[in-house]
Write a protein that binds this ligand. Structure first.
Ligand SMILES: Nc1ncnc2c1ncn2[C@@H]1O[C@H](COP(=O)(O)OP(=O)(O)OP(=O)(O)O)[C@@H](O)[C@H]1O
Ligand SMILES: [Mg+2]
Length: 368
């Protein structure tokens, strides 16, 4: 186990600035998940920690030591890539032993390490097979096994489950959680999958165009997004956004959307003033039927077995608003309804996309 720190790390490929002033401290034993849109620099960040790419600026520290000039093999790190990169001509045993044989290890030490890892991953009975005779999930476990046998102080995973089908992903997600519980190894894990991020992470870092937008626990990011970008990125279905201006009412503040609809958002607001352009954010589970509020027509009802969503067309937004239907609510296509959301559950963003603070809502600090 070791800490991983990045201080003011910058990376360019040619003239393109891929990472900019990244400051990140991963604690010992922490499971940190990196998310962000395609091309935002997640893999590059992992490769920099692993030493496969060099930084242009800043320092990379592992266990408190600067490793900018330390070779990848000497960093105490094991990385698992999205493509498992197993050796096709070797059986599983040799695939897992390969890295150890290049170190000064006795045959007995190697054997113990390989068999221990195989037992942990439940692939002991497959050690004689070659990769092509395995399922995707088994191959994935071998790739993880190969990382485990090296007994690294840090694991780096780059979308390790993205090649698997939905059922296997769920199973492997569980196994990742259990593995981390048992080994407690400091981990940085890249994923595109919301559920993986929310369930596995101690903390999530959201990267956008090479900069960290927000770093926090899954709850922090979901409940107190610092920016509109984070609010829209975390959560599925996505948060609804309504553009409007801030207006003072007798009870507090409301967002005046186009068409004259006003939705109450706060009773006390000091960080913004009436007339300011704002974006109102409401998660699907917070939209509810009410006597006054926003008039909407049900455009579609989506039934997903355990949950139903209503797509609502309104004059305040070109895109349909998505409302999660509670068990007692029954709506059908074409129905006219009125919806609103409790003020305490609404999110407000200024014209730059930064969350507006108010009492009971501290949107979390923006990363530098
Ligand atoms: N070796 C390279 N040479 C030039 N540009 C590169 C190189 N590697 C990555 N890039 C560019 O750097 C940016 C970040 O790439 P990176 O692979 O880190 O993104 P990512 O967040 O992992 O994306 P994805 O989610 O699609 O895997 C991209 O614009 C990519 O085209
Ligand atoms: Mg990538």
């Amino acid at each position: 186990m070791a800490t991983v720190e990045l201080h003011n790390v910058g990376k360019r490929f040619g003239t393109v600035q891929v990472l900019r002033s990244i400051d990140l401290a991963v604690e010992e034993g922490e499971f940190l998940v990196l998310v962000g849109p395609s091309g935002c620099g997640k893999s590059t960040l992992l490769r920099i920690i692993a030493g496969l790419d060099e930084v242009d600026e800043g320092d990379v520290m592992i266990a408190g030591t600067r490793v900018n000039d330390v070779a990848p093999a000497k960093r105490g790190i094991a990385m698992v890539f999205q493509s498992y990169a197993l050796y096709p001509h070797m059986n599983l045993y040799d695939n897992m032993a390969f890295g150890l044989r290049r170190q000064d290890k006795t045959a007995a030490e190697i054997d113990t390490a390989v068999r221990d890892a195989a037992r942990l991953l439940d692939i002991e009975h497959l050690l004689d097979r070659r990769p092509k005779a395995l399922s995707g999930g088994q191959r994935q476990r071998v790739a993880i096994g190969r990382a485990i046998v090296r007994n690294p102080s840090v694991f780096l995973f780059d979308e390790p489950l993205s090649n698997l089908d939905a059922a296997l992903r769920v199973r492997m997600r569980y196994e990742f959680a259990k593995l981390h519980e048992r080994l407690g190894t400091t981990t940085v894990y890249v994923t595109h999958d919301q559920v993986e991020a929310m369930t596995l992470a101690d903390r999530i870092a959201i990267l956008d165009r090479g900069a960290i937008q927000q770093l926090g626990t899954p709850e922090d990011l979901y409940e107190r997004p610092a920016t509109r970008f984070v609010a829209g990125f975390i959560g599925s279905p996505r948060m609804n956004f309504i553009e409007g201006t801030l207006a003072k009412t007798s009870e507090g503040f409301a967002v005046q959307a186009s068409g004259g609809t006003a939705l109450p958002v706060s009773i006390d607001l000091t960080a913004a003033k009436p007339g300011d352009p704002v974006t109102l954010g409401i998660r699907p589970e917070h939209l509810q039927l009410s006597n006054e509020g926003l008039v909407a027509e049900v455009a579609l009802v989506e039934w997903l077995g355990n949950v139903r969503f209503a797509y609502l067309s309104t004059i305040v937004s070109d895109e349909p608003l998505i409302m999660q239907m509670t068990a007692e609510v029954d709506l059908s296509q074409g129905q006219q309804i009125t919806v609103s959301a409790p003020a305490a559950d609404c999110h407000l963003f200024d014209s730059d996309g930064s969350a507006i603070a108010r009492s009971g809502y501290d949107p979390g600090t923006l990363a530098a």
